[in-house]
Design a protein around this ligand. Sequence first.
Ligand code: FAD
Length: 385
Amino acid sequence: MTDQPSAPPPVGEMQEPAASEVRVALKVGIVVIGAGQAGLSSAYHLRQLGLAPGRDYLVLDKAPGPGGAWQFRWPSLTLSTVNRVHDLPGLSFAEVVDPDAVDVQASVAVPRYFAAYEKRFALPVYRPVSVTVVCDRGDRLRIETDRETFSARGIINATGTWETPIIPDYPGAALFRGRQLHAHDYKSARDFAGRHVLVVGGGISALQLLDEISQVTSTTWVTRRPPHFRDRPFTAEDGRAAVARVEERVRRGLPPGSIVSATGIFLTPALAAARARGALERLPMFSAITEDGVVWEDGRRQKADVILWCTGFRSSLDHLGPLQLREPGGGIVMTGRLATAVAKDRRIHLVGYGPSASTIGANRAGGAAARELTTFLGMAGTGAA
Ligand code: FAD
């Protein structure tokens, strides 16, 4: 990883700033925002379509180095504990990372793979550049960042969810004298030795962290709904059914919801062992947080030194706010073959959002978005920005 920005991109001519704007915008055909699985897949397909890197398309990424959000994941997430990182198109993971090295941290292995991928296909990734706001300027979109400002004919937004962890509001949260943190900031179970940890959430991350923390200290587990464990792993058919449900929601403009909440959680041998030692005794959500723990509606109390919120993430789309893409219910109406195009403005595609929020989904969606957007803009194979 490096803190040095990559060299400024070889973009097209300058666009004249409007009278009220002080910054000159650099003109590019398509800007891809984010260089995780979704952004890299999109960039690969734009390249395959014959677009010129830098002039016709450019990837902007906020992170200091390659790897998308994987570079920030907790150290105990290894290649054996992730579900599966699917190959990006055109280069297999196994060509870069020894597939038998299952104990390698995902935060090391995936960045190594992405770095090799960017290099192999000479993808024009410009980092660290954080997009702060995207505005509609008639026939072009203005993309403001913490560095240059860009002007593009279309964007593929692939900013994932890692930047926007969710911590729900509970009365008394500000009173708590212990430590509160989100899974986003979790590093190691050893940090909690000797302290009582209350783990909140019923997803895969909650269970993995509960499993490892409960091996070094005492824990309490609370979830909103009773968890739904399944005794067999997902089949490809289960995956397709879950994705179809989320796709149907976003086509109707509803918030996507999580794919996992639609599928249940596979009771792996590690989780079965955690259950056997009593670590998966789940309690319902408390009603308030106190100075030294939590309290339930019936008056029951639990002291805690740490509250670990494994309460998920939402799509990191705040920079698209001025485009007013959202419906009153908070969702965005999506259209196109794999529901990557925003129905209100087909110059904008969201990849890694809703049904494509997985490594395999991001791969396919990147291809669909690249083809549909270049066709819509009349850029396919022309190399014209
Ligand atoms: P990210 O990898 O988050 O990439 C987004 C990129 O956008 C980042 O590089 C970020 O820096 C950049 N960015 C964000 N905001 C801005 C901005 N404003 N300006 C510029 N750049 C920006 N999925 C699987 O398929 N298999 C798994 O095993 C798996 N395990 C997971 C484990 C955990 C703990 C979590 C949280 C998720 C897991 N997922 C897994 C989901 C998975 O990570 C994703 O579906 C996929 O990797 C996301 O890729 P992405 O490109 O959409 O997002």
